[in-house]
Each structure stands twice: as C-alpha cells, then as structure tokens.
Design a protein around this ligand. Structure first.
Ligand SMILES: Cc1cc2nc3c(=O)[nH]c(=O)nc-3n(C[C@H](O)[C@H](O)[C@H](O)COP(=O)(O)OP(=O)(O)OC[C@H]3O[C@@H](n4cnc5c(N)ncnc54)[C@H](O)[C@@H]3O)c2cc1C
Length: 495
C-alpha cells in the first residue's frame, strides 16, 4: 500500500458529517495533522437529521463539549425515545424508549417474567416497566444520576454544523469555501492526490474524508467504489421535509407516524418542529407527498417542503485507497431510528483508533471496512423489522412490507424470539436487548413461551415483584419536572 506518512487531512463537505469529522480530527490529532475542510455554499447541506440517539452523549464527552452550551446553540430538546404510531395497525401506538425494561437475571431477561405475569392476569403493558418510557409518556424529564435516565437530543441540524465549525476552527481546522470540480488521482496507485476547485485552487492531501453527502464526489464519482443497494428490504426512497411553528411545548419524543405509503416524522425543538414524510415513490408521487405533509401540519410551515431522493444501502468499501466515506457519502439507512449521525460518530471513532499516521496499511483498511460493514448491517436489520412486522393490509405499500423478503440474519432472530422468547445480541451491536424486545413486542411479536427461570418465582412473589417495580417507576416520575420547564431552566435556546 502507500507508506507515506499522513500529515495533511482534507475533508470534502461541510454538513453534519464534515464538521463532526473536523471536530474529531482536530480534537484528537490536531497537534499532529493539518486539517482542511472544503464546503460549497452553492450546494449547501441536506438540512435534515435532527434526531439523535444516546451515543451522542458519549461522542460529545470524547470531544469535551459542554452540554448546556451545545443545547442552547442548537435549539436542543431531550429525546427519550420514538413514539411509533399506526405501525402495527391503524390506531395502535407504542414507544421504543432508550431505557431498560424491568430487571433481568443471569438466565433470562425481563420479558420472561413479564410473559409469565401475563399468563397470571397481570396484564400491564411491557413498557410500564421502563422508567424512560413512562417519563416520555408523561412528558417529564430531569438529568438524574440515581437512577440514571438515558436520553438523547433533538437539535437544529444547521445550527449543529455552525456549532462544530466554531469548535473545530478554534482547534485549528482550516475552512475553504468552494466547489470541488475535479479529483486528481495518482496514475500509478489510483490514490487521491488533490482536489481542484471551481476557482482553480488545488488542495493537496495525504488522506481524504469524503463527506459530500449523497453525491459522494470522491469515493463514488472519482474512485468508483460501488454501492450495495438495500431497497428490496427498505422500500422508501424519497422524503419531503419542512419545519413548522410549535403549537405546544416540546415533548421528549420523536414521533414516527405510519401513513399510507410511508411515514411522517415530527421532531420537536424548543421553538419549532422539524417534520417530513418518508415514502416509496413506487406508491406515492412527490406532489402527493408534499400535499399530505402540508395537510398534516399543526403549525405554520417555514418553507415549501423540499424533496430529497435517496437509495438505502452502503458504499462497498467505507475506506477505499486513501479516502474514507463518512455520512451520507458512505451509505444511508432511512431515518426511522435516527441512526445516521450515530454511524458518522462510530466511523470517526473507528478511524481514530485505526488512524494510519505512519502510512496506509491494507490491514488497517480491511479492519475498518469489516467493522463498519457488520455495524451497518445490524442497524439495517433493526429498521427492517419495523416495516415487516406489521398487521397492516390497508394499502399496497403495507402489503408489500408484510410479504417482502427480509435478511436471513433478521429472520432467524425473529423466529427465535417468537418461538422461545430468547434474544441474543453481539457485543458490538448498537441496539441492545431492551430495544429489540420493546420494538418486537410493539410490533406484535409476542413469544409463545418463556424461559423456565421465571418459574423460580412463586406466583405471589412474581406479583409483588411486577407490581412493586411499576409502582417504583411511578414514584420517580411524580417527582420529575415537565420537559418544557427543564429546558427553560437548563438550556434556553439562543436561536
Ligand atoms: C429525510 C432524512 C431525514 C434524516 N433524519 C435523520 C435523523 O433524524 N437523525 C440522523 O441521525 N440522521 C438523519 N438523516 C441523515 C442526516 O441527514 C445525515 O446523517 C447528516 O445530515 C449528514 O449529512 P452529510 O454531512 O453526510 O451530507 P450533507 O448535509 O449533504 O453535506 C454534504 C456537504 O458536502 C458539500 N459538497 C457536496 N458536493 C460538493 C462539491 N462538489 N464541492 C464542495 N462541496 C460539496 C455540501 O456543500 C455539504 O457541505 C436523515 C436523512 C434524510 C435524507
């Protein structure tokens, strides 16, 4: 491979991915690297991507970002999970929260005890045993260490880019505004040598991070890396997005409302709501999607819905030659579980751990690609679950989702859970047992049997345990402030 020492890193693109890359590189290796970011005002950023998951807290912790400063700057609110509405069937609703449900024992998780309780007539929903889920339902939140309440953020995507730009520039990142028109490759190695801007300026580098969004100017247009298409498992390929005025205080939940040919998100920030429709162009036209979105608004639209086209899947090699594709340039799983910003941070941390400061070795590249592929495939399976496990037959879209083939890895996991109540998660998986059980049960997959470990508790003991657990959650929730009040005190928006 290319044993040239890495001194100059060039980041192409200044969306969320580009600035997260700049922040990570300058924070961790800023004293040893020259970091340059190129972004085009003419193209702009995608402007969506406003819901996160709890891993964002760890990412910010690594960067040393102050939470209150961040939340004030991005009009931030708290997210305790996602409210899935009309997914199992019309009128149904469940929450996938970030919390732990009940208490497990070494032989089996909480669902076994819950299932035995059901058999005995203790028919409280599974979610009644989860603190975060109950807090979300009541619209309450506080930062609490004992017990810890697991949370993530809703944020203004554009403001987040600006926040990270300030952060990265302070640490030495250099920003160049301009349109990349040509990617110059070394004739012998095929490695990228430089990027040529419309202005004629040439920016040379040793390592390039492609953050140019769906265009993938470096990884795809120049290096022809290739793409694995997952649209046979994830049927949506389009979105329309806008923002609307808030008509109520923000709830600590993203709403994902299943519609006839896809679904609608609602992401409440402190003083506005981000909203959009994700749909399949096979079943719904862009004009019809725009109209549906406008008809569903509760407040006033800030701008006409803009249409975004996408192809779910992954770039065949996240790292190809001396170019690493991060963010939408590297692949995309539709936004139902808000996973793209997580994948950006995870790939950046992976890159830092494998950083080829003394030159690019094939083993480093292969390890990066192996880990990144495994991670995104598992996220994909979790998202496919929501579409496939539905009882809806009311439109051609949902009939397709019910009957479409699903990845074998997902199929075997669902069978194991349905038949035995068991679920096993790999050490590296993003979504843990609590997420899988909440969503599988929410989507109507209720196991046929439970682990015999649940029989170790006598009937009275089980009743006391389940009722006591629920009561202890309610006791904590009565003491929590309303989410809106928490925000006003902790991080009033500066936007
Ligand atoms: C409908 C939808 C909803 C989403 N919701 C969520 C969500 O809730 N949570 C989540 O985690 N993720 C979500 N995502 C994903 C999220 O939007 C992205 O992860 C995030 O915005 C990062 O985008 P990016 O930086 O890769 O690309 P972009 O924002 O598109 O940025 C690309 C950058 O490259 C620059 N560029 C492109 N070509 C050139 C060129 N030739 N020369 C110079 N510069 C160039 C652009 O100017 C821009 O600065 C969503 C995505 C979609 C499509």
């Amino acid at each position: 491979m290319n044993k040239q020492t890495i001194n100059r890193v060039v980041i192409a693109g200044g969306g969320t991915a580009g600035w997260m890359a700049a922040a990570t590189l300058t924070k961790s290796l800023g004293t040893q690297l020259e970091v340059t970011l190129i972004e085009s005002d003419e193209i702009g950023t995608i402007g969506v991507g406003e819901a996160t998951i709890p891993t964002m807290l760890s990412f910010h912790h690594l960067l040393g970002i102050d939470e209150q400063e961040f939340m004030k700057a991005v009009n931030g609110s708290i997210k305790l999970g996602i409210s899935f509405e009309n997914w199992l069937e019309r009128g149904d609703k469940y929450i996938h929260s970030f919390g732990k449900t009940g208490k497990e024992c070494w032989a089996g998780e909480f669902q076994h005890f819950w299932l035995k309780g059901l058999e005995q007539g203790i028919d409280a929903p599974f979610g009644d045993y989860c603190l975060e889920l109950q807090a979300a339902k009541e619209g309450k939140f506080a930062i609490s260490k004992d017990p810890w309440i697991n949370y993530a953020y809703h944020m203004d995507a554009t403001a987040y880019g600006k926040f990270l730009r300030k952060f990265s520039e302070k640490l030495g990142a250099k920003r160049i505004e301009g349109m990349i028109e040509k990617v110059n490759l070394n004739i012998d190695t095929g490695f990228i040598e430089s990027l040529q801007l419309k202005s004629g300026q040439i920016i040379e580098g040793d390592l390039f991070i492609d953050c140019t969004g769906f265009r993938s100017v470096l990884s795809e247009q120049a290096l022809h890396t290739g793409y694995e298409d997952w649209s046979n498992w994830l049927p949506c390929d389009s979105a329309v997005a806008t923002q609307e005025t808030a008509v109520a205080p923000p709830i600590p939940l993203t709403r994902a409302i299943a519609l006839d040919h896809g679904w609608q998100w609602k992401i409440p920030l402190q003083n506005r709501v981000g909203t959009g429709l994700v749909y399949s162009s096979r079943y719904q036209s862009d004009d019809n999607a725009k109209q549906t979105l406008l008809d569903n608004l509760e407040g006033e639209a800030f701008f006409d819905p803009k249409v975004i086209k996408f192809r779910t899947g992954r770039r065949l090699k996240g790292w190809n030659k001396n170019c690493i594709a991060i963010g939408l340039a590297g692949g995309f799983i539709e936004p139902l579980e808000s996973t793209t910003i997580f994948l950006i941070s995870s790939n950046l941390i992976r890159l830092m751990r494998l950083f080829p400061i003394n030159g690019i070795e094939q083993v480093l590249v292969d390890e990066f690609n192996k880990q990144a592929k495994a991670e995104i495939e598992l996220v994909r399976d979790f998202v496919v679950l929501h579409f496939h496990a539905t009882r809806r037959t009311d439109t051609a879209f949902w009939r397709h989702c019910r009957t479409m083939p699903i990845p074998d890895s997902l199929s075997s996991r669902l069978d194991l859970f349905l038949e035995t109540g068991r679920i096993f998660i790999g050490a590296e998986e993003l979504f843990r047992v609590d997420s899988w059980t909440q969503v599988m049960i929410g989507q109507g997959i209720v196991p046929k049997q439970y682990h015999p470990v649940a029989n170790l508790m006598g009937d009275d003991e089980l009743r006391r345990f389940l009722n006591g657990y629920r009561a202890s959650i309610q006791n904590i929730i009565t003491k929590l402030p309303m989410h809106g009040d928490f925000l006003k005190h902790y991080c009033p928006t500066e936007i």
